[in-house]
Design a protein around this ligand. Sequence first.
Ligand SMILES: [Zn+2]
Length: 207
Amino acid sequence: MTVINKEVHKHELVGGRLCLDFANTVSWHDSSEKSRELLTSYERLVNWSLQANIFNKQQSLLLLEKAKSQPAKAKEVLQQAIDLRESIFRIFSLILKHETPASKDLSTLNEALGNVYRVMRLVPGENKFSLELLNGEEMLDEMLPPIVQSAIDILTSEKELRRVKKCEGDPCGWLFFDTSRNRSRRWCSMADCGNRAKAKRFYHNKK
Ligand SMILES: [Zn+2]
């Protein structure tokens, strides 16, 4: 029986949108020296998905169980997830600098987009139809479609896209969705980068 390791990394979900939280699974994402990978195993990817509410505990356990019998496939999915994450990160980072995302990164996202619809189906509702993930397939990459969907939802909406920001804590690199009324949020979290900036300012003022 697979047990979810209680010692596993507790992710800070400060992004406000699934794809942005996913982009934040690297500490100090903008630094080449300080950056640290948080998705170091398939188990960690599933655990992040559990914390981000993509899966419930039962679904997570099923996936981990399944991954055990397909370690090579699980490793492949982890790499695929990381490639997708880096593309999402670079796309938003360049958009924030008013630059055009690289076509290689757009291709990665477009390819993933094709996979999303492969595992979705239209379900009739009361007044309209909705898209739902096909259930019961238990594919190892089942966490990716909702992440891709989240990125597409933002990228195809000018209103949403304007609220995507990068933390001003250098070189934090974390992305977040600014829901403040006048779009004034500057930090991934006040407790973290916000405080560090405040302390720095205090120090400089004293000098
Ligand atoms: Zn930050």
